[in-house]
Design a protein around this ligand. Structure first.
Ligand code: ZN
Length: 252
């Protein structure tokens, strides 16, 4: 991560990763974030109890996606009915983007503190974790150590694969590479196939892991019929990654 005193003078927003050449660019960015968190004319004040209920609804829908089986891990996208005022009531102060043209909002939670920030916002320490038998925990992945070579969303599944899978069934990228470097001289070389293999091998080597983050936003969906009669509703959407692990604790 670059910082403000990097030799090449790059100014980076630590939340969204946007890089500015000048400090003034980053300052302007900070101003728009501040603006995004200011109360809009479309927002009305809700009693704290109503905001608390909205938090509980969001937590409910997140936790409903945390399941025991490995097929439920990975990236998920959920949408929950939510008014703009409810969304603003919960996330004010943490909004990163506001799009005046559409009236949509976006928050980004990334980095080592993201889970504690989100737990604080949603008022629930277990908002992103669910426990199952055999010490299994399924949780919202919010941060991975940069040194961690494994970026698999389901380490349990991965170790299981390593132990039980048939290596003959797994495609070996090294072997593919070998094939395309040393084609059988007796066979007619198929340039197209070679290219495909090369491409596949290269793709496998350079695939970049997606950044681990939680994106929560709000948007209005509007629809209309043939008579142009419009109907609409607001939604909170949440994009996150689900992972699983074994918990070792002294409760049992
Ligand atoms: Zn930013």
């Amino acid at each position: 991560m670059s910082s403000n005193n990097a030799p090449c003078n790059k100014f980076e927003c630590k939340i969204c990763g946007k890089i500015y050449k000048r400090r003034s660019g980053l300052t302007r960015h900070a101003m728009t974030i501040k603006e995004a968190n200011s109360v809009k004319s479309t927002i009305y004040d809700l009693p704290e109890k109503a905001i608390e209920e909205t938090r509980q609804v969001l937590v409910y829908h997140i936790k409903e996606r945390l399941k025991q089986h490995s097929k439920h891990v990975g990236n998920v996208h959920i949408m929950v009915n939510c008014t703009e005022s409810q969304f603003f009531g919960v996330f004010k102060g943490h909004i990163h983007n506001y799009y005046p043209r559409t009236g949509n909002y976006k928050c980004i939670f990334k980095g080592v503190d993201s889970y504690s920030t989100l737990s604080h916002i949603l008022g629930d320490d277990n908002c992103g974790a669910k426990y199952f038998l055999q010490h299994q925990k399924t949780f919202v992945l919010t941060y991975q150590l940069p040194s961690n070579p494994s970026n698999h969303p389901d380490p349990l599944q991965k170790s299981c694969l390593y132990q039980e899978s048939d290596p003959l069934q797994e495609p070996d990228p090294l072997q593919e590479l070998h094939l395309c470097q040393e084609p059988d001289p007796l066979q007619e070389p198929d340039p197209l196939q070679d290219q495909t293999l090369m491409h596949a091998a290269r793709k496998q080597r350079t695939r970049k892991p997606k950044p681990i983050q939680i994106v929560i936003g709000w948007k209005r969906k509007s629809k209309s019929d043939v008579r142009n009669i419009v109907y609409s509703s607001g939604f909170a959407f949440i994009n996150f990654t689900i992972s699983r692990t074994k918990v070792v604790d002294n409760l049992y």
